[in-house]
Design a protein. Structure first.
Lengths: 263, 262
C-alpha cells in the first residue's frame, strides 16, 4: 500500500500540472472539434451516396467521436518521452528515483489522462449532440462497460507506445515503428469500424492488438450487448497484460545496455 | 534572383548532407512516412468499394490525384522550407537575431535553414501514387507538377503568414499548427464535403483549394480564366505574406541571446 501511495502522489502532481496548462487543453479542443467536423462532413457525403452496412449516420459520427476521444484522452506522448530520455541520457535522472521507471511513467500518464478524459468527455458529448443529436442505441447499461473499455484502450495504447519508445535502447531510430503503429490503429478501428473491412482483414484485425485501442470502446458505445461487451473487454484485457509484460521485459533487458556519457 | 537560388541550393545541399549522415534514420523515417500515408488510400479504397460510385463528385482516381499533389507538395515545402514552422519559436527565443545579420534575404534564409526527414517520404509517395493511378497520362502528370509547385509554395506562405502573427500578437504556435492542419485536410478530401463557409476559406485565407482542387478541375476541363485567376491569387497571396513578414519584422525587438550557426 505504501508502495502504491508514491505512485498516487506522482499521478496527483501530473494531474495538477496538466490542469495548470489550460491553454494547451483548449488548443487541443480546437483540433478535436476540427477532426470531428471533417470526418462528420466526409461520412455525410458517403451516406448521401448510399448506405453503409451495419451503421447508420448517427452511429458512425458517435463512433468517430469515441475513437478520437480515446486518442485525445490518451494524454502523455510517451513514445516521444521515452525516445528523448533514452537518446539524451535523461533517463539516468529517472533511474535514481525510488520508483520503478515504467510504473512512474504510467502514473504520470494517468494523471494527464484523467484531466483529458474529464475535459474531452464533456466536449465529446456536446459535439455529438450538436452535430447529430442523441445516440438512440445508447442505454445506461452501457456506461460501466464503456468506461472499463475506454480505460483499457488508453492503457493498451500507453504500453504499446512505451514499448515502441523503449526500442530506442536497441535501434538508432524508431520513428518508423511509431508511424506504422499509429496508422495501423487509424485504419483498424479509428477511422473505419472493423465491420467495414473485407472479411479476411476483419479476421486478422480482430486478432491484433491495434483494433482494441479505438474500435472496442467505440463499438461498445454505438451498439452494446452483454456478449459483445464481454468479448471485447476480454480481448482488451489480454492484450493489455501482454503489452505490460513485454514492456517490462524490454525495459529490464534494455536498461542493461544503457550507456550514459557525462551530462 | 540568382543569388537567392544559390542560397537555396546551398541550404538544400547542407540539409541533405546532414540528413544522410544518419542514413538509417533518414531511410527509416522517409519509408515509414510513405507507408503511413498509404493507409489513407486504403481508407478510400474501402470507402469506394463499399459504395461502388463517386463520393461528393470525386472518383477513386480523383482522390488519388488530390492525395498525390498534396503529399508531394507537402514534401517539397518541408524539404526546402521546413524552418517556416519554427518562426514563432525563433521570435520568442530571440534566435531570429542570428538571421538578421546575414547578407541575404532574411525570410528566405529563415525558412530554408531546416529540413524534415519524413518529408522525403511524403515527396516520393505522391509520385508513386501518380505512377499507379495515371501511369501514362502525360496531361495528368503536367497538372500534377503544376499542383505540386503551387501547393509547396502556398503551404510555405500559409505557414509563414500564421507564424508571422507572432510579431503582432504574441505566441502563434497553435494558429500555425492549426493552419497546417487546415492546409492538409482541405486538400485531401473532396471539396464538396465541406460547408460553403469552409469552402470560402479554402480559396481565401488558407487557399490550398487553388493548388489541389483547381488543377484537378483543369485536368478534367481546361479553362483559361480559372488558370489566370489561380495564378494571380497565388502570386498575390505570396506577395502579401512577404510584406506581412517584413512589416512584422520591424516590430521585432532583438534579444541578448548569443548563438552560433555552423
Amino acid at each position: 500500500m505504501k508502495q502504491l501511495r508514491k505512485y498516487f502522489v506522482i499521478m496527483r502532481v501530473s494531474f495538477t500540472n496538466t490542469l495548470t496548462y489550460r491553454g494547451a487543453i483548449f488548443a487541443k479542443f480546437i483540433f478535436y472539434t476540427l477532426f470531428i467536423y471533417i470526418f462528420m462532413s466526409l461520412w455525410r457525403a458517403i451516406y448521401q451516396e448510399g448506405s453503409v452496412h451495419g451503421y447508420d449516420y448517427v452511429q458512425i459520427v458517435w463512433y468517430l467521436i469515441m475513437t478520437e476521444f480515446v486518442g485525445f484522452a490518451s494524454g502523455a506522448d510517451i513514445y516521444r518521452t521515452m525516445n528523448e530520455e533514452i537518446k539524451t541520457g535523461a533517463i539516468a535522472y529517472q533511474l535514481n528515483r525510488p520508483t520503478h521507471y515504467v510504473a512512474y511513467q504510467y502514473a504520470n500518464a494517468l494523471g494527464q489522462s484523467i484531466v483529458n478524459i474529464l475535459s474531452f468527455g464533456v466536449l465529446a458529448i456536446v459535439l455529438g449532440y450538436v452535430f447529430v443529436g442523441p445516440l438512440e442505441t445508447f442505454s445506461m447499461h452501457t456506461v460501466v462497460p464503456l468506461i472499463i473499455s475506454i480505460l483499457l484502450g488508453i492503457t493498451l495504447n500507453f504500453f504499446i507506445c512505451m514499448l515502441i519508445g523503449l526500442t530506442a535502447f536497441y535501434v538508432e531510430d524508431n520513428y518508423a515503428f511509431f508511424l506504422i503503429y499509429q496508422k495501423a490503429t487509424f485504419m483498424l478501428g479509428m477511422f473505419l469500424p472493423l465491420e467495414f473491412l473485407p472479411g479476411w482483414l476483419q479476421k486478422i484485425s480482430q486478432n491484433l492488438p491495434f483494433s482494441y485501442v479505438h474500435w472496442a470502446p467505440a463499438r461498445i458505445l454505438v451498439d452494446y450487448s452483454p456478449e459483445i461487451g464481454l468479448r471485447l473487454i476480454s480481448f482488451q484485457l489480454i492484450w493489455t497484460i501482454a503489452a505490460v509484460i513485454l514492456t517490462l521485459l524490454c525495459y529490464s533487458t534494455g536498461v542493461k545496455r544503457l550507456v550514459v556519457n557525462g551530462g | 534572383m540568382k543569388k537567392h537560388l544559390k542560397i537555396l541550393k546551398c541550404y538544400f545541399r547542407l540539409n541533405l548532407a546532414s540528413a544522410v549522415e544518419y542514413r538509417a534514420s533518414f531511410i527509416s523515417q522517409a519509408f515509414g512516412m510513405a507507408l503511413s500515408n498509404s493507409t489513407f488510400i486504403f481508407f478510400w479504397w474501402i470507402a469506394f468499394s463499399q459504395l461502388g460510385g463517386n463520393i461528393a463528385d470525386y472518383s477513386f482516381l480523383d482522390v488519388i490525384f488530390i492525395w498525390a499533389v498534396t503529399s508531394t507538395g507537402y514534401g517539397l515545402s518541408k524539404i526546402f522550407f521546413a524552418n517556416a514552422s519554427r518562426i514563432t519559436q525563433l521570435i520568442s527565443t530571440g534566435e531570429l537575431d542570428t538571421y538578421l545579420l546575414q547578407p541575404c534575404n532574411i525570410l528566405l534564409s529563415v525558412i530554408s535553414a531546416g529540413t524534415t526527414l519524413t518529408a522525403y517520404g511524403d515527396f516520393c509517395y505522391g509520385i508513386i501514387l501518380m505512377a499507379i493511378g495515371y501511369t501514362r497520362d502525360i496531361y495528368a502528370w503536367g497538372w500534377f507538377i503544376v499542383g505540386v509547385f503551387i501547393y509547396g509554395i502556398l503551404l510555405t506562405a500559409i505557414t509563414v503568414f500564421t507564424h508571422s502573427l507572432s510579431f503582432y500578437m504574441g505566441d502563434a504556435t497553435v494558429l500555425g499548427a492549426l493552419s497546417t492542419e487546415f492546409a492538409i485536410n482541405f486538400a485531401i478530401y473532396p471539396e464538396k464535403i465541406y460547408a460553403p463557409l469552409i469552402r470560402t476559406l479554402m480559396y481565401s485565407l488558407v487557399p490550398v483549394g487553388i493548388a489541389v482542387h483547381i488543377p484537378l478541375s483543369l485536368y478534367r476541363e481546361f479553362s483559361f480564366e480559372v488558370t489566370l485567376a489561380a495564378v494571380v491569387t497565388v502570386i498575390g497571396y505570396c506577395c502579401f505574406t512577404y510584406w506581412f513578414f517584413g512589416r512584422g519584422l520591424k516590430r521585432y525587438e532583438s534579444g541578448n541571446m548569443i548563438a552560433t550557426r555552423i
